[in-house]
Design a binder for this molecule. Structure first.
Ligand code: GDP
Length: 418
């Protein structure tokens, strides 16, 4: 249990516990004002500002049973000036007190929710400030360019170095290039966070449900299985080689006169188009690929012929990447290996940390758009306004929007009016 704020120490003294040396754990017999013993645990004291929230923080390590927790909460809550924290309030205070920025706060939430290794790795990296550093660095460079441009506008008579203007635009251009490159990452970070979508499509009775069941059972770490928005789309969340994957079982795709079935088929095709990867599952014994499915075969498709156990010498062989039998399990491990490889190929991140939320994508797109507009302005005042908008878009990402620092840079770099 954590207490943060100016009264944090009070929590300990009122519970009859001596305040331990900063950052050292000490045995703590917690006693209610009534004299009743609440628990026998450990207490730590983190004086601000060197604490998580930046305020004085007390941590109580208790026996986590419901009765003990609620009685300690009741006693603490009855003290003058104490109340329960709002959800995320500790992180919010840490943000307000400058201990972390918005991307780091988001990463804490992601770390708590992480269900696969890749999700945890990504969250920890972002929590460590990988995105903060990237965005702060970009913003700093932008603020510099802006400051130089403002200097040219505001102090035309001063002796500014002659190449100041010439340096601004190449810098803005290269900044824009870096942001656009960061944006065009195929949504890796978001997919690691939300899960890569894999659709199983195929004609009715090809064995789609059987394959989904096998995948779900085979890959021990099932996160959850829930019906999709419609009865004919089932989603199963899997941990595939450390990556979060959502496998979607769709309605059988075939030409049909039935209106309801046609709607199911339409949705199946939509899911298939939107999916990051699709398994086109065919019945090998039919010896053909239906026309509706041929259209779906592309670089993101793994064509699988099922029921290899039922093949006869007479069956025409269809061109598939894999021949498997969900019934006997034949060659399913190969399919699994390929699936893992394809997922890893789409989600493995090296180099810069990827953006992880639509919020980041929007902010960066706004920023890049303003930079583009800035470069097209002939009037320096208008260009400066666009650069200011671009800097603000970046500032919103980390939650840092100081205006005065633009002036700071002007005066530090040029000593105008000294
Ligand atoms: P879906 O309509 O595509 O979801 O197909 P199902 O998974 O419901 O399977 C349709 C039928 O094919 C069922 O009777 C399964 O038992 C059968 N089936 C699935 N996989 C195989 C297989 O590998 N070999 C054989 N012989 N039958 C299979």
């Amino acid at each position: 249990m954590r207490v943060s704020g100016v009264l944090a120490r009070e929590a300990l003294t009122q519970l009859g516990v001596n305040v331990p040396a900063p950052r050292y754990a000490a045995r703590a017999h917690l006693i209610a004002p009534s004299g009743e013993t609440l628990d026998d645990g450990l207490a730590l004291f983190f004086p601000g500002p060197a604490s998580f929230t930046g305020e004085d923080v007390v941590e109580l390590h208790l026996h986590g049973g419901r009765a003990i927790v609620s009685s300690v909460l009741d006693v603490l809550g009855a003290f003058e000036g104490f109340r329960l924290a709002e959800p995320g309030e500790f992180s919010k205070r840490a943000f307000i007190n400058g201990k972390l920025d918005l991307t780091q706060a988001e990463a804490i939430a992601d770390a708590v929710d992480a269900e696969t290794r890749a999700q945890a790795r990504q969250a920890l990296r972002q929590m460590g400030g990988a995105l903060s550093e990237l965005y702060d660095n970009w913003r700093l460079r932008l603020v510099h360019a802006l400051a130089h441009l403002e200097a040219v506008i505001d102090f035309p008579d001063e002796d500014l170095p002659p190449d100041v203007l010439n340096k601004i635009w190449p810098e803005v251009e290269s900044l824009r290039g870096e942001i656009v490159a960061h944006l065009s990452d195929n949504g890796r970070g978001e997919r690691i966070r939300d899960g890569l979508r894999v659709a199983i499509v195929g004609p009715p009775n090809a064995g789609k449900s059987s394959l989904l069941n096998w995948l779900a059972r085979r890959d021990a770490a099932i996160v959850s299985a829930e019906p999709g928005t419609t009865r004919d789309v089932i989603e199963v969340h899997l941990d595939l080689g450390g990556f979060a994957v959502t496998v979607i079982d769709t309605a059988g795709v075939r030409a049909t006169e039935n209106a309801i079935e046609r709607e199911g088929v339409r949705r199946a095709q939509m899911e298939a188009r939107d999916a990051d990867l699709k398994i086109i599952l065919l019945d090998a014994t039919t010896g053909e690929i239906p026309g509706e499915l041929k259209a779906l075969i592309d670089d993101n498709a793994i064509v699988v012929a099922n029921k290899s156990d039922a093949l006869t010498l007479e069956t025409r062989i269809i061109p598939a990447h894999h021949f498997v039998s969900v019934k006997t399990g034949a060659a399913l491990e190969h399919l699994m290996d390929e699936l893992k490889a394809q997922v890893a190929q789409r989600l493995d991140v090296d180099g810069l940390a990827p953006l992880t939320r639509p919020r980041h994508r929007r902010g960066l797109a706004d920023c890049a758009a303003s930079l583009t507009t800035a470069m097209m302005q002939s009037a320096p005042e208008l260009a400066a306004e666009e650069l200011r908008l671009a800097a603000r878009a970046l500032g919103r990402l980390t939650g840092r929007v100081e205006v005065d620092e633009i002036l700071d840079v002007v005066f530090r770099d040029f000593c105008i009016g000294k």
